[in-house]
Write a protein that binds this ligand. Structure first.
Ligand SMILES: *Cc1c(COP(=O)(O)O)cnc(C)c1O
Length: 471
């Protein structure tokens, strides 16, 4: 049994409570949580704002919550959607206001002369170190730039250079559409046929997750004709956390390059991109990194490629040697490392919004977040199992039950046709914010930085009511 499950069941036994659904359990778990203080660093959306009609529905009242809520007020939504858009850190507004103030008062001088010591010309210097820490990279391996799909394209320029012998790309069959569009259009750009170039790995019949052994077998089978393995770190739909280290090693053994899309992994699970020898990676920062809608993206290029001048790239002035950048010559001298792939001066407001969140991350670390996350999600899993027993044949978890193969998200599959949306709408009426993937999946993601065990318990009560109401 996983460590998360074991520790929740141990706590239950120590307290001599009857049943995983006992209302005293979340209060005790929250009290034991050393990260509980981070919740107050975030704006928690209100039920009233997200759902004007919630008051008119007979929902399990929050006042029924055992301790009158130490960590959530009555109007706070149960926000379990950090996999889609992370919450706003309280401090972000003040940081943004500082930039607006300098822009208002100093105009262009803010580029070099900045009252708060963040000159705009090197604004991204403020977010590199913590980003690198979160993805397990050296600072020179990380650039904060553009947005995710743009970065997938830009890094496929050096890292997908098909030859007649090696031209294939191995990817997950159910990859996020934007990733598929990027890869397919790159393949076409090189004059190749996606049908014979893209190798998709699918789950076995009746299964939802990919088996690591099947991924590795595909890499061994197709490796000699494969240029690039491009896979997500955590699968957006199932929540499966792939064994990136093993996949990278298998790719390397076959002479293939490996790229990873970390959209759902960054800020969710500990990563060690440098040690795993991933060639490149990209991420967005608005999911678990809480940088706000449309936030700035990230990119990783392994240091082993830093000095490789044979790598082709699409260049821009932000990638050239800063000492000569403003001489306005036509000599492009790429900065060694990831920064050499930057094109434009970054959005200061987007970069500073990321800084607001990274300052919170800097007060903890991914190992501590993971420790809590494994317990939080195990608690959610145990409560969902309780409902599976209560309502047989209605739902199942398609996320791997092995804790090491998932992050914080659980994906719930509703087995009866047409029943997911009514449940989802009922949840929303109760002030539960999670996310649906039509036709039949609800994704639930308790983020360890701001979600509490009380949130998970309230979700369980609302789901129980929603299942009963939609019989
Ligand atoms: C969220 C997400 C995206 C979004 O792409 P943008 O370029 O940021 O709009 C792309 N790919 C995956 C796997 C995602 O989860």
């Amino acid at each position: 049994m996983g460590v998360g499950r074991t520790s929740i069941l141990d706590t239950l036994a120590e307290l001599s409570l009857q049943g995983i659904d006992h209302p005293d359990l979340p209060r005790h778990l929250d009290r034991l949580d050393p990260l509980q203080r981070f919740r107050k660093e975030f704006h928690i959306p209100s039920v009233a704002a997200i759902n004007r009609h919630s008051a008119s529905v007979g929902l399990p009242s929050k006042t029924g919550h055992p301790d009158g809520s130490s960590s959530s007020s009555d109007d706070e939504a149960i926000y379990l959607c950090g996999n889609s858009l992370g919450l706003q850190p309280i401090r972000t507004k003040a940081l943004l206001d500082q930039e607006l103030q300098i822009w208002a008062q100093c105009g262009v001088h803010g580029h070099f002369n900045h009252q708060f010591d963040r000159p705009w010309v090197s604004i991204d210097d403020n977010v590199i170190e913590e980003s690198a820490r979160i993805v397990g990279a050296e600072p020179d391996e990380v650039a904060i730039m553009n947005s995710l799909t743009v970065n997938v394209h830009l890094l496929m320029v050096p890292f997908y250079r098909p030859t007649t012998e090696r031209f294939k790309i191995i990817m997950e069959g159910k990859a996020f559409p934007s990733d598929y569009y990027a890869i397919e259009s790159q393949v076409k750009f090189h004059g190749l046929d996606p049908k014979t170039t893209i190798v998709e790995i699918d789950p076995r019949d009746g299964e939802y997750a990919l088996r690591t052994e099947d991924i590795l077998a595909t890499i061994r089978r197709e490796g000699s004709s494969t240029a690039l393995v491009l896979i997500s770190g955590i699968q957006y739909y199932t929540g499966q956390f792939f064994d990136i280290e093993a996949i990278a090693q298998a790719a390397r053994e076959q002479g293939c390059l490996i790229g990873v899309d970390l959209a759902h992994a960054v800020g969710n699970v500990p990563l060690e991109l440098h040690r795993w020898q991933v060639d490149f990676a990209c991420w967005c920062s608005y999911k678990y990194l809480n940088s706000g809608p449309g936030g700035i993206g990230g990119a990783f290029v392994h240091s082993k490629h830093a000095g490789d001048s044979s790598l082709s790239r699409f260049a821009g002035w932000w990638g050239t040697n800063p000492a000569t950048k403003f001489q306005m010559s036509h000599e492009f001298e790429p900065i060694a490392g990831a920064a050499g792939y930057r094109l434009s001066n970054p959005s200061v407001l987007a970069t500073i919004a990321l800084l607001g969140s990274l300052q919170v991350f800097a007060e903890t670390d991914m190992a501590s977040l993971r420790h809590k996350s494994v317990r939080l999600t195990a608690y959610l899993e145990l409560l969902v199992e309780h409902l599976q027993d209560k309502y047989p044949g209605r739902l199942r978890i398609i996320t791997p039950l092995d804790e090491s193969q998932r992050g914080c998200q659980l994906s719930l599959l509703f087995l009866e046709e047409g029943r997911m949306m009514p449940v989802f709408e009922r949840l929303l009426e109760h002030g539960v914010v999670c996310d649906e993937r039509k036709p039949d999946v609800i994704r639930v993601a308790p983020a360890p930085l701001y979600n509490s065990f009380a949130d998970v318990y309230q979700f369980f009560r609302c789901l129980d009511e929603a299942l009963a109401a939609t019989l």
